[in-house]
Design a protein. Structure first.
Length: 329
């Protein structure tokens, strides 16, 4: 399968590596307005580069595209790719504005599009095992979910200014994970704070948050976010049910523990970078996308999943602004 990549930033590079390593995929194009970085990334994997999206979309030899460019470009690239007859793997969020997301779907729905949204954490082996075992009834009725997601360090000022805010940029992964486990969410209550970097508050954003969700069947989820974690990438998940509990802990480089007179059970620091922590989930995500295209089945997570997570992000922003719980249709 010949795949074109839009965007050659950090996440674009991750996708390029996944495509190049996949036995049934070939990186055909890297497209980015920044021509030099696009040319460098394309050259690493024997692909062509261009700054012109039309050149890529007009190439009949391209079967699918990965949209890893800045969020404001997603809708146009996704729409153009679908109209060109190509399958699409689009990074989150689809857009910052639900109205634009809805307009996008209205424009492409009749074309029977193959669109997958890049919630790669669904493909983390530990998180997926928890979801599968919850569905299998291993802990009885699911009653509570606790999601901890803290980044090692805040992104640069420029990134924050264009990110769409914590809930749309970072927590959106956790909103999707909550839905992955609980199903539909009907109520959102959020609290936020500025505890880390003054420039985040200056941008009108928050750097720390706690969000509580209620599912359609009454189960509760609790999300904890921070833009900074001094001990690494803090990514934990807990599912509590009527007969038991399932927990995914932070990952370490090895399982070695050290005991001495000064400390007991000391271990290496948690994995620090997103690429390390979720290094296996990106190839698994790509393989699911490729298999779906090859077999003619709809990939998961869907366009609708991307929209639903954005709706929860908007509800969290409203709750933060009003101080009240927000019902979600």
């Amino acid at each position: 399968m010949r795949i074109a990549l839009f965007g050659c930033g950090r996440i674009g590079s991750v996708h390029a590596e996944s495509v190049a390593a996949h036995p049934r995929a070939e990186l055909a194009w890297v497209c980015d307005p920044m021509e030099a970085p696009a040319r460098e990334l394309a050259g690493r994997f024997g692909a062509r580069s261009t700054a012109d999206a039309g050149t890529v979309l007009g190439d009949d030899g391209v079967d699918a595209v990965i949209v890893a460019s800045p969020t404001p470009t997603h809708v146009d690239l996704l729409t153009g790719a679908v109209k060109a007859g190509k399958a699409v793997l689009c990074e989150k969020p689809i857009d910052f504005d639900v109205a634009r997301v809805d307009a996008c779907w209205a424009e492409i729905a009749s074309l029977s599009p193959v669109v997958m949204i890049g919630f790669n954490r669904r493909f983390d082996r530990s998180f997926r095992e928890i979801r599968d075992r919850v569905r299998a009834g291993d802990i009885g009725r699911l009653e509570q979910v606790a999601i901890t997601s803290r980044d090692p360090a805040p992104p640069p000022r420029e990134y924050i200014a264009a990110s769409g805010g914590l809930f749309r940029d970072m927590t959106i992964h956790d909103f999707d994970m909550a839905r992955f486990l609980l199903g539909d969410v009907v109520e959102v209550q959020a609290m936020g704070a500025n505890l880390i970097e003054p420039f985040i508050e200056e941008a009108g954003d928050i750097d720390s948050a706690v969000v509580v969700l209620r599912s359609a069947d009454g189960a509760l989820a609790h999300i904890t976010n921070s833009r900074r974690c001094s001990f690494g990438h803090d990514q934990r998940l807990e599912a509590f049910g009527s007969t038991g509990m399932l927990t995914a802990y932070n990952q370490l480089p090895t399982s070695v523990r050290h005991a001495s007179a000064d400390h007991s059970e000391a271990a290496s620091p948690y994995l620090t970078f997103m690429r390390e922590r979720y290094g296996a989930s990106y190839p698994a995500e790509l393989d699911h996308f490729i298999t779906s295209v090859e077999t003619g089945t709809q990939p998961d997570p869907t366009f609708a999943d991307g929209r639903a997570a954005l709706v929860l992000a908007d509800a969290a922003n409203e709750s933060l602004r009003t101080g009240r719980a927000v019902r979600v249709a």
